[in-house]
Design a protein around this ligand. Sequence first.
Ligand code: GAR
Length: 216
Amino acid sequence: MQKQRIAVLISGSGSNLQAIIDACQAGQINADVVTVISNKADVYGLERAANAAIPSLVVSTIQGESREQYDQRLLAALEPLHVDLVVLAGFMRILTAEFVNQFSGRMLNIHPSLLPKYPGLNTHQRAIDAGDSVHGVSVHFVTPELDGGPVILQAQVPIFAEDDAELLQQRVHSQEHRIYPLVVQWFCQGRLTMIDGKAMMDGDILAAAGYASDDQ
Ligand code: GAR
């Protein structure tokens, strides 16, 4: 299969971006990250892009503009690049349905919870406050519903009695860096698709908790 072209969208430190860049460079993912787009200037993820000689772009919000206007500018930045896959890696903006639908079946997100639990923010603290003993991370296709697209792969971590949100976040992060490159690799191998709102792997519909779940 031809090498795929990936855009990675970030808002922060870009450790997931780094994991994907590393996997591309190591030949584990048959793709090139052709652009990194951040909605914030001065974030470390942009340095990571520069270190890997990947062109990057900051699409900052303009005061007073609507969500639709921002997303139109984001789309205008992406369109000329003809990417096969858009990877949201800590991109902390809610995207409009119009934007999401442009990339239906070719946009992935990583979310730090075992979806459908804890969509939105502060997932680690919410899991601790709820007394959960297990937490984790999900990679899913992006649909217009926030953190609501079909799950492709999850990884679980334990929650220990002495955990605070930061400790738990670190434990989740190390799993993120394992599962995100793997899912991107599957996509770039042509194994992963989204059909009728369902995630499919090698032509089979994935269970609600994704590949590797007990009910697979
Ligand atoms: C990651 O933990 C990712 O799961 C989370 O942002 C972090 C980005 O870290 N994403 C969300 O919360 C999206 N709702 P990184 O910049 O080091 O990759």
